[in-house]
Design a protein around this ligand. Structure first.
Ligand code: IVH
Length: 761
């Protein structure tokens, strides 16, 4: 054995005990310092404890645990971020930009809860950072992920571990087996100042705004870089939780705080709309003195059982709203207006501005959307204009200060040719926009299509950005997204690659992108008006690409009339075919509303009368109506796909060049897991196509139950109607149960559902 290297001795029971004690003590003092901002011991004593633990661990490496405070910063940079599928989706908030929208939100809550006006809300500031979900198992931090697209985010565990206010181990002894806390990672004003100073010292670029700097700091492959950024965390919600269900948002956040996780010191309960308004006004006043950036305040229905009775919208909860502050506005000058060609060929006027600082970011371009807006706002080149920037959206011109218009101001003229390729431009009937007619032959459209395809939320090909795409297209190496998969190392080496990009890394990223998910793939195709959420809906519904490609317009578009089922349709036909039409001079609507429907012994409600009369206008036309034209049915039952989007989808998959491109992509090896219905037992088939509504508190999280039902082919909607097949009831069911009884909808409990799907047998 080499001289001098001490023979490692196994730790004694006392060493073990001391290490455990030190970890707990340091965790406790860490919380006092970083979370409560109320240290009990001087820094020097804290350092002493920390060094004792480090010393003990270096003598006995087997004493190191993942939750040890010495283990905040790992060493090796990661090669890439891996993906994390959120067990419960991370949804985002709907925004109220003004008081009217807030009042509307409140009205809807009151209406759905059939409650007095005095709804209790929790109120918090809306922090301007980025959302993460942090998972604790038996009290130990095991994973942290960004929100990503709401379903899948990036694994940022190693970076989140470096945030001092995030406990590596929860405090106390009564720890839940599983707890996912959700909240915002952000920088305080002094934190941002520190990053800026460090950046200046190291000659780095200047960081202007707290949100982007926080996001950039968290999305670092090297956790040592993140560790140098004074990021902090504030919890405002939770995901999976195995403990006893709390009664309210407020109670749950207090419980989370008692486990050592920071929550907002401004968390309050407020009563009704007036309480929300007062809270908003208070923060509009205090905004500048908080010491961190906020872009509004958030209100959430406090009682968790109440949330169960609120209708869901597609992508936002109806039990919460963000009341946002009005965006910042500044005055500057329009130096020129140029036309940019977008992914679908649309020419968008973009104002080149004299650079001006708006909300801590320098703005030098603003979109004018379309020529209609240029006219409406009466923007001339040379005008002084107010520019607005809200959050991360593209800045826009609010209005012209006409009093300041110079004599030589010039009107904005729409070019007759595409500024990128010189092709004719055309205005489609019924559209406010003008497009370049060259399609993917136009280099600008080609670049945009490829940029979209490779972007983070689509195929996520790291390193394939604007600059590279521009070179690839200009050199004729890539003409469509599918061509990316033919690129060779030599071709890439021949380009002028910027910064730390290497041909190898780019090829690797392209190769990795071949394994994807169906929703990402659909989104990446760039079908007009098919955004991420619609792509997710389509993927979920069709499960694979072929059935989606084969879907016809009829498949998507609901037929028949709102409010008319088979019974009413039959009754209307019987009524009109019995020949007793309206007397001359009496409108179809008036006549219909006076008629008792044969067999049903009721009249049609006013709203249904209107729908029928608007569609058929005359009695004669109505007598000729087929049952199919009357009965309301939506074969696809995918919400949110209107006629326009449906025709975009059908048209896209009908075009031969798109078919070719998709074939080529598949041949290149692009693949995704195909979701199979999770069981094919005979019982389960009963559920295919059935519509469920859930009410009350269930034994599992509602989203989990919903996901299970959907995986069995059932559809879960938010409000009870006569089309509902089953109402699944939990504890404290309210108005939905009453409605279901009214409509004669089958009511079942969780146990009965379990029997129905055969999971108990
Ligand atoms: S609640 C289901 N509360 O704002 C509700 N969000 O869409 C989920 N944010 O992604 C969000 N402060 O990044 C909530 N007190 C707060 C918040 C907050 C900031 C962010 C969060 C979210 C986005 C809103």
């Amino acid at each position: 054995m080499t001289q001098g290297s001490p023979v490692p001795t196994p730790p004694t029971a006392a060493d073990r005990q001391r290490a455990e004690q030190l970890r707990t003590l340091i965790g406790y003092h860490n919380h006092r310092y970083y979370v409560l901002d109320d240290p009990e011991i001087p820094d020097i004593e804290y350092d002493l404890l920390f060094n004792q633990l480090k010393d003990l661990e270096s003598r006995h490496p087997e004493l190191v645990t993942p939750d040890s405070p010495t283990q905040r910063v790992g060493d090796a940079p990661r090669p890439e971020f891996s993906q994390v599928r959120h067990r419960l989706p991370m949804i985002s908030l709907d925004n109220a930009m003004d008081d009217e929208k807030l009042a509307e939100f409140h009205r809807k809550v009151v209406q759905d809860l059939e409650n007095s006006d005095d709804v209790l809300y929790t109120a918090e500031p809306k922090l301007d950072g980025l959302a993460v979900s942090i998972r604790y198992v038996d009290g130990v931090l095991v994973q942290a992920a960004t929100r990503g697209n709401g379903n899948v985010g990036e694994d940022v565990t190693h970076n989140v571990r470096t945030i001092k206010s995030v406990p590596l181990k929860l405090l106390g002894t009564d720890l839940p087996e599983i707890l996912e806390v959700r909240g915002e990672v952000y920088l305080t004003t002094t934190g941002l100042e520190q990053v800026k100073t460090d950046a200046r010292l190291s000659g780095d670029r200047d960081y202007k705004n707290a949100r982007n700097t926080a996001a950039g700091s968290l999305r670092q492959l090297d956790p040592r870089v993140t560790a140098k950024r004074p990021l902090t965390f504030c919890c405002y919600g939770w995901g999976e939780f195995s403990g006893e269900r709390p009664a309210s948002q407020f109670d749950m956040l207090k419980r989370i705080a008692s486990l050592g996780v920071p929550i907002s010191s401004e968390l309050q309960k407020v009563h009704g709309l007036q309480g929300c308004r007062d809270y908003y006004e208070e923060f509009a006043r205090r905004r500048e003195t908080l010491g961190y950036d906020i872009d509004g305040v958030v209100f959430k229905v406090d009682r968790l059982a109440d949330r169960a009775d609120l209708e869901d919208t597609n992508h936002h909860p109806t039990w919460a709203i963000a009341r946002k502050f009005p965006p910042d506005e500044e005055l500057t000058v329009v130096e020129d207006v140029e036309f940019q060609v977008g992914r679908t060929g649309v020419l968008t006027p973009v104002a080149r501005l004299r650079p001006v600082e708006v909300g801590k970011v320098t703005v030098s371009n603003a979109t004018l959307h379309n020529m209609g807006q240029v006219k409406e706002k009466d923007v001339h080149i040379g005008d002084s204009v107010y520019v607005r920037r809200a959050g991360d959206v593209i800045p826009e011109i609010v209005r012209v200060e006409t009093a300041l218009r110079p004599a030589d101001a010039r009107p904005v003229v729409l070019p007759a040719q595409c500024p990128a390729c010189g092709s004719e431009v055309s205005r489609l009937e019924g559209e406010a926009v003008v497009r370049c007619t060259a399609g993917l032959k136009c280099p600008a459209q080609r670049k945009e299509a490829i940029r979209h395809f490779a972007s983070r939320r689509a195929m996520d090909i790291e390193g394939v950005g604007d600059e590279l795409i521009s070179q690839l297209v200009d050199k004729g190496l890539v003409n469509s997204p599918a061509d990316l998969y033919d690129l060779t190392g030599e071709q890439l080496v021949s380009l002028d690659l910027q910064g730390d990009k290497s041909a190898r890394n780019i090829l690797d990223a392209i190769e990795r992108s071949k394994t994807t998910t169906l929703d990402r793939f659909i989104f990446s195709l760039g079908i007009p008006e098919v955004g991420e959420a619609t792509a997710q809906d389509l993927a979920k519904h069709f499960r694979d690409l072929d059935p989606l490609c084969a879907a016809t317009q009829e498949y998507f578009v609901p037929r028949g009339l709102d409010g008319i089922g088979r019974k009413r349709a039959n009754a209307i036909q019987a009524l009109v075919r019995s020949g007793q039409g309206p007397l001359p001079g009496i409108s179809l609507a008036k006549w219909l509303s006076s008629q008792t429907l044969p067999g049903l012994k009721t009249r049609l409600p006013a709203n249904v009368v209107k729908v029928v009369a608007d569609r058929f206008t005359t009695f004669d036309a109505l007598t000729r109506a087929e049952l199919d034209e009357l009965i309301n049915h939506n074969p696809s039952r995918i919400t949110g796909i209107d006629e326009k989007i449906a025709s975009n989808i059908v048209e896209f998959f009908g075009k031969s060049n798109n078919k070719e491109m998709i074939k080529k992509l598949i041949r290149a090896g692009i693949q995704w897991p195909v979701a199979e219905p999770s069981s094919s037992s005979a019982h389960v088939k009963h559920l295919a196509g059935k519509t469920f509504v859930i009410t009350g508190t269930l034994s599992r999280h509602r989203d989990e139950v919903k996901a299970d039902l959907e995986s069995l082919g059932a559809k879960v909607t938010s409000s009870v109607s006569k089309n509902t097949d089953y109402l699944l009831v939990g504890k404290d069911a309210g108005s939905k149960l009453r409605k279901a009884q009214e409509f004669g909808v089958m009511v079942i409990t969780e146990e009965q559902l379990a029997e129905l799907v055969g999971s108990k047998s």
